[in-house]
Design a protein around this ligand. Structure first.
Ligand code: 5GP
Ligand code: ZN
Length: 112
C-alpha cells in the first residue's frame, strides 16, 4: 500500500507527532484536532477499516492500546471516546484503520 497516507506515516515518510509506538501499533496527534486531546491509534500493518479486519487479535490490540494510551495521556479520569469511522458514509477519510481518542471537552451523545 505505497499510496496509503498512514502507511507512509508508519514508514517515516510523513512526519507525525508520535505519542506511542511498538512493533504492532503507532499513536500520534491528529493534524486537525477536534478536541483538546485528539490522538489516532493505528495498526502498523495496513488494514483499510474495521470492515476489513479478519484477525480479532488485531482489533483487540488496537482497542486495548488505545485505552492504555488514553491512561498515559491522563484523560481516563475525565472520560474519553474511542471512535472508528468505518466507510465514507460514516466520515472515514483515511482508509487505513485508525481509532480516534477524543477527550478534554464534553462529548455529546448521540454524535453528529
Ligand atoms: P477519519 O475521518 O478517516 O475517521 O479520520 C482521519 C483523520 O486523520 C482525520 O481526523 C484527519 O484530521 C487526520 N489526518 C489526515 N491526514 C493526516 C496527517 O497527515 N497527519 C495526521 N497526524 N493526521 C491526519
Ligand atoms: Zn495503510
Amino acid at each position: 500500500m505505497d499510496a496509503c497516507l498512514f502507511c507512509k506515516l508508519v514508514q517515516g515518510e510523513i512526519p507525525a507527532k508520535t505519542v506511542y509506538e511498538d512493533d504492532q501499533v503507532m499513536a500520534f496527534h491528529d493534524i486537525n484536532p477536534q478536541a483538546p486531546t485528539h490522538v489516532l491509534v493505528i495498526p502498523k500493518a495496513h488494514v483499510a477499516s474495521m470492515a476489513e479486519v479478519t484477525d480479532p487479535m488485531l482489533a483487540g490490540i488496537v482497542m486495548v492500546k488505545a485505552a492504555e494510551i488514553a491512561r498515559q495521556l491522563g484523560v481516563e479520569e475525565g472520560g474519553y471516546r474511542l471512535v472508528a469511522n468505518t466507510g465514507a458514509g460514516a466520515g472515514q477519510t483515511v482508509f487505513h484503520l485508525h481509532v480516534h481518542i477524543l477527550a478534554g471537552r464534553p462529548l455529546h451523545w448521540p454524535p453528529g
